[in-house]
Design a binder for this molecule. Structure first.
Ligand SMILES: *[C@@H]1O[C@H](CO)[C@@H](O)[C@H](O)[C@H]1NC(C)=O
Ligand SMILES: *[C@@H]1O[C@H](CO)[C@@H](O)[C@H](O)[C@H]1NC(C)=O
Ligand SMILES: *[C@@H]1O[C@H](CO)[C@@H](O)[C@H](O)[C@H]1NC(C)=O
Ligand SMILES: *[C@@H]1O[C@H](CO)[C@@H](O)[C@H](O)[C@H]1NC(C)=O
Ligand SMILES: *[C@@H]1O[C@H](CO)[C@@H](O)[C@H](O)[C@H]1NC(C)=O
Length: 700
C-alpha cells in the first residue's frame, strides 16, 4: 500500500490532461509520480505507469536530477522576501527555487513574480486557508515539491552567498563498496582506518548551529539546512506534529544523526540573517520562546519518533495553477495532521509546561527548584515573563534577581513587611515574589484579599536556615537570607541591616519592615506601595457602602480588646514572639480595653455632638455595648466569623481600609492593625494609653 500513502493530492482528471500537454523543455513535467520510489533513470521504463486519477501535484514525476533546489516557506514579510529572493537567484549552481507562500496576506505572488522576472527556476506554491505559521508542514511540502537531489533550506530572512554550493560539499562515498566493507568490518585490524572509512562513507548534512553564532543575528540562522533530498525525506522530514514554534529544527537534526548522518556546521560566512521589523521583537521574547522550544521537546518524549511511515500524508486540493510555465500552484489542505497538543494527554502537557517553565527559571535566573515545587504553572509563567521583561534594560551577564518576601503573622504585620519589601524590590530592580502562607494567624490566601497580578507562593517547603540545600541545587548559592523571626534562631536576627547586593536573590522573612537604606524602604514609599494594591471586589464593595454613609467624616476607632490568653487559637505567644515581647504586648492590650475608648469617645462627642464612629475591634461583643452607649453613632462591618479565618480575613481588610479613610484615627498601641490603618491612610493615629487616657493607664 506504499503507493496509496502518496496519494495525498486531489486532482481533477481534467487538469491532468492539461499537464500532459505541457511542451518541453519544462523543468517539471508533471506526471505526478512519487519520484522517490522510482528506480535510477537508467532503469526507468520508457513508458511510465499510467497516472492515477488521484495523485499528487507536488512531487516531480521524473527521476530526481543532480542539482540544488533552494526551498523557502514564508508567511508575510513581503519586503524581506523581495531582498533575499534576488540574492538567492544569484547563488551559483542552483537549479530551482521553490517558495511556499503560507497563506500570506496579501499573497506573495506579486513580489515573487516581480523579483523572479521570468526566471524559470523560480516556482511559487501558494497555500490557502492556513491561519497560523506551521514550519514543519510548510517545509515538508516544499521539499517534496523539489526536483533536484540536494536541498538548500532557507528561512525567508536569510541571505545566501553566491558560493554557498561550492563551499558546502555534500559528496559522500556511501556507495563505495571498498569503503563500506572496511567501514562495516568490526574485525578490521586498524581501528583508525575503520573510523576514517566510516566517516568517508557516511552521508552528511549541513545545518545552522546557534552555539556557533558570532552575534545576535547569527542566532537566527539555526534553521538553515543543506542536505540530500533523499536523506531528508527518508526520515519523514520535519515532524509535522510540531505545529507551534520550537524544536522542529533540533528534532530534525537529531533524527538525521540517529539515521547515521554526520551533522556539519554551515559556514556562516555564506549565509546571513537579514534583520527586519520582527527581529527586535523576536529577540526580546527570545527567552520565552525558549520555553516553547523546551515544551515541544518534552512533549515529543511522550510520542513515538517521527519517521517516514509515520508521515501523516494529508491531502491537498489543487485549486489553481499555471500550466504552461509550471511556476505557480495554489493548494489547500483537505486534512491536517494532529498536533502535539492533540496527541499528548492533558496531564502530560501540563507537567511538560511546568518543567519547561522551571527549566528556564532555574537555568536563566537561578531560581531554586525547591521553591518552584509549590508554585503553580500560572505563577511560574508570570514570574518568567516579568524577569524576561527586566532583561530588556539589563546586560545579559546580569540576570534579573528576585526578592522573596515571606510575610509573617497577622494581616497588619504582613502588610507592613510586604509594603517594605515592595519598595525595596522596586528600588533595587528586583522582581517580587510574595510568600504568603495560611497559618494560625491568618487563614486567607493573598488572592482572597487582593486581586493584583503578583507572583505569590502559597506554600513554601524549604525550611530555615536552608542548610545543605546548595549541595544539590547551586541556585541556593545566589542568595542572601534575612530572617527577622528571631524566635526561629539559627541566624534569624530581628532588624538585621540589609544591604543591597545586586547579583543576589534576597529571601526576607518577617513580620516587620526591612531595615535598610532609607532610599530603599521608608514609611512613605512603603505605604504608597501598599496603597497601590487593589483589594478584591468583595472588599471594595463593602468599603463603598460605608463611604456612601459618610465614612470620611467619621472618626475611626480600633479597639484591641483581647488579652493574649484569649487571642489567637493555636498560637503560643511565648514561643512565637518571645517572653519579653509578649509581656509588652499584654501590657498595652490591657490599656486598650473598650472602656478606655468609651471615655475618649464621650469627650469627643462633647466637643462635636454630630460625630459618628467607624469601629473595628478584635472582639465583636464590644460593638453592641458601644451601640447602647452611643445610640446611632456607631458604624461597623458586621460579620459572624473570626477575622483570622479564611475569607473572614476580608472583613479585617475592610476594617483597615475603612479606618484609613476616616478623618481621624484613634487606635491601640502596640497593634500592627492600627499601624496598617495608619499606613493606608497616611495619618498619625492617637493611641490609647499614650495620647489619651494616660491617667487610666497608670492605674492598671
Ligand atoms: C558550479 O558551477 C560552476 C560553473 O558555473 C562549475 O564550474 C562548478 O563545478 C559547479 N560546482 C558544483 C559544486 O556543482
Ligand atoms: C514509524 O512511526 C509509526 C507511527 O508512529 C510507528 O508505528 C512505527 O513503529 C515507526 N517505525 C519505525 C521503524 O520506527
Ligand atoms: C518602581 O515603581 C514605580 C511606580 O510604580 C514604577 O514606575 C517603576 O518602574 C518601578 N521601578 C522599578 C525598578 O521596578
Ligand atoms: C489557598 O490557596 C491554596 C493553593 O491555591 C489552596 O489549596 C487553598 O485551599 C486556599 N485557601 C483558602 C483559604 O482559600
Ligand atoms: C506604644 O507606646 C510606647 C510608650 O509610649 C511607645 O514607645 C511605642 O512606640 C508604642 N508602640 C507602638 C507600636 O506604637
Amino acid at each position: 500500500m506504499r503507493k496509496a500513502s502518496y496519494l495525498h493530492i486531489l486532482l481533477l482528471p481534467a487538469l491532468l490532461l492539461l499537464f500532459l500537454e505541457i511542451p518541453g523543455p519544462v523543468l517539471y513535467p508533471k506526471r505526478l509520480y512519487p519520484a522517490d520510489t522510482l528506480p535510477p533513470a537508467s532503469h526507468l521504463p520508457t513508458d511510465y505507469p499510467p497516472l492515477a486519477p488521484l495523485t499528487r501535484v507536488i512531487a516531480p514525476d521524473h527521476p530526481i536530477l543532480p542539482g540544488v533546489s533552494i526551498v523557502a516557506c514564508c508567511m508575510n514579510r513581503h519586503e524581506t522576501l523581495r531582498t533575499v529572493l534576488a540574492r538567492w537567484r544569484a547563488v551559483a549552481n542552483v537549479s530551482e527555487i521553490i517558495v511556499v507562500d503560507w497563506s500570506s496576506n496579501p499573497p506573495l505572488r506579486d513580489v515573487v513574480e516581480h523579483v523572479a522576472d521570468g526566471d524559470p527556476r523560480v516556482r511559487l506554491i501558494r497555500v490557502d486557508g492556513e491561519d497560523q505559521w506551521i514550519l514543519s508542514r510548510a517545509y515538508n511540502l516544499a521539499v517534496r515539491a523539489t526536483s533536484f537531489d540536494k536541498i538548500l533550506r532557507t528561512d525567508c530572512d536569510y541571505s545566501i552567498g553566491n558560493q554557498f554550493v561550492q563551499v558546502h560539499d555534500l559528496t559522500d562515498h556511501r556507495d563505495d563498496p571498498i569503503l563500506r566493507q572496511s567501514a562495516l568490518n568490526p574485525h578490521h585490524p586498524d581501528a583508525a582506518l575503520t573510523a576514517a572509512a566510516r566517516k568517508l562513507a557516511s552521508p552528511k548534512f549541513y545545518a545552522g548551529n546557534y552555539q556557533h553564532a558570532r552575534n545576535e543575528n547569527e542566532i537566527h540562522l539555526n534553521g538553515a539546512v543543506y542536505i540530500k533530498r533523499a536523506d531528508f525525506l527518508r526520515i519523514g522530514g520535519y515532524d509535522e506534529r510540531i505545529q507551534t514554534y520550537g524544536w522542529d529544527d533540533e528534532d530534525l537534526y537529531g533524527r538525521l544523526v540517529e539515521a547515521g548522518l554526520q551533522k556539519q556546521d554551515i559556514n556562516y560566512d555564506h549565509v546571513s540573517h537579514v534583520p527586519h521589523g520582527d527581529t527586535s521583537r523576536a529577540q526580546k521574547d527570545v527567552k520565552f520562546v525558549q520555553v516553547e522550544i523546551d515544551l515541544n521537546s518534552l512533549l515529543l518524549k511522550h510520542l513515538p519518533k517521527w519517521n517516514s511511515s509515520a508521515v501523516d500524508f494529508h491531502e491537498w486540493q489543487l485549486s489553481d495553477y499555471a500550466p504552461h510555465t509550471d511556476s505557480y500552484a495554489v493548494l489547500t489542505a483537505v486534512t491536517k495532521p494532529r498536533s502535539l497538543k492533540d496527541l499528548v494527554a492533558p496531564a502530560n502537557i501540563k507537567s511538560a509546561w511546568n518543567m519547561a517553565l522551571g527549566q528556564r527559571l532555574a537555568n536563566d535566573y537561578q531560581v531554586p527548584w525547591d521553591i518552584m515545587e509549590t508554585m503553580d504553572v500560572a505563577s511560574k509563567r508570570s514570574l518568567l515573563v516579568r524577569l524576561n521583561q527586566r532583561m530588556e534594560h539589563r546586560a545579559p551577564s546580569q540576570p534579573a534577581r528576585i526578592l522573596f518576601a515571606h510575610c509573617m503573622h497577622g494581616l497588619g504585620n504582613r502588610l507592613r513587611a510586604l509594603g517594605s519589601a515592595m519598595s525595596f524590590a522596586n528600588q533595587t530592580d528586583r522582581e517580587l515574589v510574595i510568600i504568603w502562607e495560611t497559618d494560625a494567624h491568618i487563614a486567607a490566601n493573598f488572592t482572597d484579599l487582593f486581586s493584583d497580578n503578583l507572583v505569590v507562593v502559597t506554600h513554601f517547603k524549604p525550611t530555615w536556615p536552608f542548610l545543605g540545600y546548595d549541595k544539590w541545587d547551586k541556585a541556593w548559592l545566589n542568595f542572601e537570607f534575612f530572617n527577622y523571626m528571631e524566635m526561629e534562631g539559627q541566624g534569624a536576627i530581628k532588624g538585621q541591616q540589609i544591604v543591597d547586593k545586586p547579583d543576589k536573590h534576597f529571601y526576607f522573612k518577617s513580620a516587620y519592615v526591612m531595615e535598610a537604606d532609607a532610599q530603599l524602604t521608608n514609611w512613605d514609599k512603603d505605604n504608597d506601595m501598599l496603597k497601590s494594591l487593589t483589594p478584591v471586589s468583595e472588599v471594595t464593595e463593602m468599603i463603598k457602602q460605608h463611604e456612601n454613609k459618610g465614612l470620611e467624616r467619621m472618626v475611626g476607632i480600633h479597639i484591641r480588646d483581647r488579652t493574649l490568653d484569649r487571642d489567637i487559637k493555636n498560637v503560643n505567644f511565648g514561643t512565637e514572639y518571645g517572653d519579653a515581647a509578649s509581656k509588652e504586648m499584654e501590657y498595652w492590650r490591657r490599656k486598650s480595653s473598650y472602656k478606655t475608648f468609651m471615655v475618649e469617645m464621650h469627650e469627643m462627642l462633647k466637643r462635636d455632638p454630630s460625630l459618628r464612629f467607624y469601629v473595628a475591634t478584635d472582639t465583636m461583643d464590644v460593638i453592641p455595648k458601644l451601640e447602647t452607649e452611643f445610640p446611632g453613632k456607631i458604624v461597623s462591618t458586621s460579620r459572624n466569623c473570626d477575622d483570622r479565618d479564611g475569607h473572614c480575613v476580608r472583613f479585617a481588610l475592610v476594617d483597615i481600609i475603612c479606618l484609613s479613610r476616616t478623618k481621624e484615627l484613634i487606635g491601640s498601641n502596640w497593634s500592627s492593625f492600627t499601624e496598617a490603618a495608619s499606613r493606608m491612610g497616611g495619618k498619625k493615629p492617637r493611641l490609647a494609653g499614650q495620647d489619651f487616657a494616660v491617667d487610666a493607664s497608670r492605674s492598671v
